[in-house]
Design a protein around this ligand. Structure first.
Ligand code: BEZ
Length: 239
């Protein structure tokens, strides 16, 4: 296969793939990924650079919401191509000096990977040369307790992420797994969910005729049912 000098062929993990493994140094010590996170959900996310404004606003927001993610059995792991001492100095500056949107004294407790060699960021397709060949884009990988990549979201350098949306994605993935359903557009816990297609003609007919408890069909291929928010909280958040 021909390969120009400018265009390096990089691997891009895909939804459904096993999360590529690596060992790395982080602000919380060494990690062996994803093995150290077996049995837990993990969000592996990259940011372009320490000591930059959009990234600072993101870290303050994510750190403030960390408990909420942890309560949903999810650990956060950050990464940029900066070195460990830059990470430590930046996180200390955030804690000691930055006050933003009511957040202050914010301590980032989740690990932040140093990736000066770009080994991990290249493995995960976080270096996207059309955007920048020296910085990682804002990538978000949702990895399930078995180490499988379940969702990938990419944002460019200029666009700060919506962390409520990342939380919504996490809960939707967990709800889909627990209840064997799918979630419609803009779904939030408490909204109706989508039930899988009926297995046989008889079941489909019963469904269409409203004979299946709580199931409402908009057409034969589009049926929904309610799941109470409480039920989701109990099963997914164990509350
Ligand atoms: C930022 O986080 O503010 C940023 C980082 C890299 C490029 C542009 C903006």
């Amino acid at each position: 296969m021909e390969q120009t000098m400018q265009q390096e062929i990089v691997s891009m993990p895909r939804i459904g793939d096993k999360a590529p493994s690596f060992k790395a140094v982080t602000t919380q010590g060494e990690i062996n990924f994803p093995a150290d996170y077996s049995g837990k959900w993990v969000i592996l996310f990259s940011h372009p650079a320490d000591f930059t404004p959009v990234c600072t606003s993101e870290f303050m927001t994510f750190a403030t919401m960390e408990k909420q993610f942890n309560e949903a059995n999810c650990q956060l792991v950050g990464l940029s191509v900066d070195g460990l001492y830059s990470h430590i100095a930046w996180l200390r500056t955030i804690k000691e000096k930055i006050e933003y949107k009511g957040m202050k004294d914010v301590e980032v407790k989740f690990p932040l990977i140093e990736d000066i060699t770009m080994e991990v960021s290249k493995k995960y397709g976080m270096i996207q040369p059309g955007e920048s060949s020296t910085k990682a884009v804002r990538a978000v990988f949702f990895i399930d307790p078995k180490g499988i990549i379940r969702t990938i979201i990419y944002y460019p350098l200029s666009l700060g992420r919506n962390f409520d949306e990342l939380y919504r994605v996490l809960i939707a993935l967990q709800t889909a797994d627990e209840f064997g359903i799918a979630t419609p557009a803009d779904w939030r816990p408490g909204d109706d969910v989508i039930v899988p297609p009926a297995g046989s003609c008889g079941t489909a007919k019963d469904r269409m005729e409203g004979k299946e408890k709580d199931v409402k069909c908009h057409d034969w291929f589009f049926c929904t049912k309610p799941i109470a928010k409480d039920e989701i909280m109990k099963k997914v958040l164990k509350k």
